[in-house]
Design a binder for this molecule. Sequence first.
Ligand SMILES: Cc1cc2nc3c(=O)[nH]c(=O)nc-3n(C[C@H](O)[C@H](O)[C@H](O)COP(=O)(O)OP(=O)(O)OC[C@H]3O[C@@H](n4cnc5c(N)ncnc54)[C@H](O)[C@@H]3O)c2cc1C
Length: 458
Amino acid sequence: MPGYDFDLFVLGAGSGGVRAARVSAGMGARVAVCEDDLLGGTCVNRGCVPKKLYVYASHFHDDFEDAVAYGWSPVSPTFDWPTLVANKVKEIARLNGIYARLLDSAGVKTILGRGTLVDAHTVRVGDETYTAEHILVATGGYAVVPGIEGREHAITSDQAFDLEALPERIVVVGGGYIAVEFAAIFNGLGVETSILYRGEIPLRSFDMDVRTTVTEESRKKGIDVRLETNVTRIERAGGGFRAATTQGDEIEADQVMFATGRAPNSRGIGLEEAGVELNRKGAVVVDDYSRSSVANIHAIGDVTDRLNLTPVAIHEAMCLAQTLFNDNPTKPDHRDVATAVFCQPEVGTVGLTEEAARAEYGAVDIYRTSFRALRHTLTGRDEGTMMKLIVDRASDRVVGCHMVGVHAGEIIQGIAIAIKCRATKAQFDATIGIHPTSAEEFVTMREPVADATREAAE
Ligand SMILES: Cc1cc2nc3c(=O)[nH]c(=O)nc-3n(C[C@H](O)[C@H](O)[C@H](O)COP(=O)(O)OP(=O)(O)OC[C@H]3O[C@@H](n4cnc5c(N)ncnc54)[C@H](O)[C@@H]3O)c2cc1C
C-alpha cells in the first residue's frame, strides 16, 4: 500500500508474531516486527521449551531407580542445578539466534524495543515511528500474582527457570497446568514440594478422570497436594519464607511460586486510545478472523485469550496471513485441539471432557481402563495409567480421548488426527494395535464402563 512504511507491523516476536511476520513476508508483504525482550517470546524463553527441558531433567531420578530392576547396578546420582540452568541458557540463546536469522531471511525488518500505538496506522518504538496498513498485536501475556501481603517474596514461572540455587522446599500455588508441571519438575529434582490449590481438584477444564488420576499420582510421587487451600500472606522466615494459608496453618519453604493464572499484555500500549476494544480481562476482542474492533488492527495468540497454546497462536498467525495477504479469508479452528500436561505421569487430551460431551450429545458411552504399565511390572513402581474414550452414542463418533500415562502427549497427537477426521468407535476397533504398548488400549477397549451404560440406557 503506497503511503505506509509497511503492509504489516507486528507487535511482539513470540510464537504468533514471528510466524505471522514470516509467512506474510513470504506472500510478498512488507513486514516489520518489534520485540521488547527476547526473540521467540514466552514459549522459547520462559515457557514450553525450557519447561520441557526441565521435565526431562526431573525424570532421571525415577529412571536411575527403575534401572536396578533391569539388572543395572544401583547408583547414587547427584544433581547439579547450575549445570541444568547453564545448558538451558545456552540452548535458548541458540534458538534466539535461529529466530533472528529466520526473520532476516524472510525479509522481515526486526526492530528491538517496545512498540506502542500512536494511532491506528502508526507505531512508535523508542524515538522512531513507523506506519503500516495493518497492525498485528501479538504481545502475549504475563503471570499474575495476587495482591496478598508479601507478594514481593513470591516468584512465578518466569523466575523459576533461573533460580540461583535449587530450593530444598518449595510451595507452588495454583491448580492449572503450569502449577502441576512445576510441582512435578521440582519434586522430580528432589525438592520437598507442596502444591496449594484453592479449588476442589487441580486442572479445571480437564476431564474429571484426568484430574483425579493426576492428583492421586502426584501424591504417590510424594507431592504434598493441599486442596481448597490458598496462601493469604508470605513473610520472611530464616533463610526462606513462611506462607499463611486459608486453612489457618503455616507452611515454610525456601521459595513460594505463584502459578495462579496469566493476563493479556494489552495495557499501556495505546490500544484503547486507538479504539481497540478489550474485554474485562484485558484480552483484545477479535472476530472469527482475528480482527479487532478497529478494522486494520488484528490480534492473535495469548493477548486474545482464546486458547493459550503455542500451536494455536501459530495456527491463528497462518490463518491471518492467508486472510490479509493471500486473498483467502481463513478462520482459525479452535475445536479438538490436543494438549498435554507434562507432569508425572503426563497427560494427553483431545476433544470433549465427559461432562461437556454429555451436555452436547446427551447419551454417550464411556470406555475407560486403568492399569500398571508393563515397564513397572519389573520395577514394582506404583504408577498408574488411565485411558478413556468418550463416544457419542447416536453417531458412534469418538468425541473425547484422555490419557494419563507415560508418553501420553506423544500418543494423543496421533489420536487427535483420528478425532479431527471424525473417526467412529467402530473405526478405532477396526484398527489393529501395536503390541506391547499402552497406546494399543485405545483400540482394544470393547465394553463401556457400567455406570455410563446404565446412565445412557435411562
Ligand atoms: C511456563 C509456561 C509453560 C508453557 N508451556 C506450554 C506448552 O507446553 N505448550 C504450549 O503449547 N504452550 C505452552 N505455554 C503457552 C505458550 O508459551 C503461549 O501460548 C505462547 O507463547 C503464546 O504466543 P504469543 O505469540 O501469543 O505470545 P508470546 O510468545 O508471549 O510472545 C509475545 C511477545 O511480545 C513481546 N511484547 C509484549 N509487549 C510488547 C510490546 N509492546 N512491544 C514489543 N514486544 C512486546 C513479549 O516480550 C513477547 O516476546 C506455556 C506458557 C508458560 C508461561
